[in-house]
Design a binder for this molecule. Sequence first.
Ligand SMILES: [Zn+2]
Length: 266
Amino acid sequence: MFKLNRKNGVAYYTIPSFEATGLVKHGFSTREGGVSGGCYSSMNLRFNCDDSHENVLENYKIMANTFGMDYEKIVLSKQVHEDNIHTVTNCDAGNGIMFENKFKSADGLITDIKGIPLVTLYADCVPVFFLDKNIGVAALSHSGWRGTVKRIAEKTVEKMKKDYGSKPENILAAIGPSIQLCHFEVGDDVAEIFIKEFGDKTVLKYGERYHVSMQKAIFMQLTETGIPEENIDDCGICTYCNSELLFSHRKTNGKRGNLGAFIELI
Ligand SMILES: [Zn+2]
């Protein structure tokens, strides 16, 4: 269960199990507390849209300040609905914030370096947070339906095991606010892919149309890697159902900003 916090007019979620470790600064932004207007109102973290660069940069500063992070060291993902996971090093600090985003394909970010905030962006796709509480490894993955089918969450855990020696029982995972089964209507082709990959428990027929639970498919991937169920926090919050507080691409026909997942080892 994620916790909704409000500080100086900024609303954001935190994950109690992550908070309890004392190893990370982290959170998930909402629409509240930023400087952007119109359909980007107000905490838009999406560059390269009709919102001004200055507004978006100011929003990053506000979020970094809220979490006690250094905004100049933020590392932004490059989300292209693939399954590449970039290992973040010191020379990446500021990527996409202080200088042009130099990544070509990085829907996942992972690091064991302290003091570098990792950030991935959302407006219906699924944010997945990871923390190895024994070795101190943090990761984020952007899992839209394509990334979910490509098993980016599972691949992140496999990378934690291979590159850092993580043991699944020491990994905490959290599935953040995103479009849920109630509103994620898909075509027959996508439904068929999910049934084939994850079984019919991830798909439900509402009248004539199929709905998919990406969260259930991700939960399955995580447990298949050996992470105990009690280590996984699936928040169950639907972006479409809560579009006053959260940006939803579907609800707004694409007229929206981006929410951000933030994590930094301390
Ligand atoms: Zn919904």
